[in-house]
Design a protein around this ligand. Structure first.
Ligand code: DC
Length: 227
């Protein structure tokens, strides 16, 4: 892959499939920008929670959007930090209650329309690997590589439990599995840009793959398509 070639890799899939960890590692390896679009929805979810707004109240959320200054900053370790009106909310947006707020606000067409251009602009300026739910279908329909990353709900819940434990906010497996199924249902059944594989996406199931195997599978797909 020549470094000057401009390209985009879209990675979509349900929560806990390993999108962010894999995309981040691949971005580092290929020297391209990693964009975690879920973090942007989470930042809006965070703002909505802080203001005491009901996350399904589209009029109230729409009215809040112009007051928000949402920025992304990349630290030297490659970590994508989210700033909400100048405040670093990177850790806060990972709290489990914010996941539900993010899922609810992400179903609102007003929120999706508000974020669309921000995401496209990043892909115009940089070669990117962008992860989310609608990147290959809506945000970057012309992406050179489209991957739909998935794994069984049980495997994803186990991975999420480990991640929560590492963050110091452990939760029982049953609860994690229930919330994950609930979020998957919301994300796949909403009218606005639901989670689904683009017709030209390659489906990669990581249930039986470890991290290195998953990364190699994705890198091979990218190399095949981006010379
Ligand atoms: O990937 P994540 O769990 O951090 O995403 C948080 C929520 O945002 C998730 O419920 C789905 C939603 N989302 C979305 O609708 N579209 C995206 N491109 C990314 C995330």
């Amino acid at each position: 892959m020549t470094p000057e070639k401009h390209y985009a890799v879209a990675v979509d899939g349900p929560s806990g499939a390993g999108k962010s960890t894999l995309a981040k590692a691949i971005a580092e390896q290929l020297g391209i920008l990693y964009v975690d679009t879920g973090a942007i929805y989470r930042t809006i979810g965070c703002a909505v929670q802080q203001r005491g707004i009901k996350p399904r109240d589209e009029d109230a959320v729409r009215a809040l959007l112009p007051e928000l200054d949402i920025a992304m900053r990349y630290e030297s370790d490659g970590e994508q930090h989210m700033l909400l009106n100048g405040r670093d909310v990177t850790r806060e947006i990972r709290l489990p209650e914010i996941s539900m707020y993010a899922s609810a606000v992400s179903a609102l067409p007003a929120v999706r329309a508000y974020l669309l251009e921000m995401q496209r602009e990043l892909a115009r300026r940089h070669s990117v690997i962008m992860d989310g739910r609608d990147i290959g279908t809506v945000v970057l329909p012309d992406a050179e590589v489209k991957i739909f990353l998935t794994a069984s709900a049980e495997v994803r819940a186990q991975r999420r439990c480990l991640e929560l434990e590492r963050r110091g906010t452990p939760k029982p497996y049953e609860e994690v599995l229930r919330e994950l199924n609930e979020r998957d249902y919301n994300d796949s059944h909403r009218a606005a840009a639901p989670l689904k594989a683009a017709p030209d996406a390659v489906i990669v199931d990581t249930s039986a793959l470890n991290f290195d195997e998953s990364r190699e599978a994705l890198l091979a797909l990218i190399r095949e398509r981006v010379q």
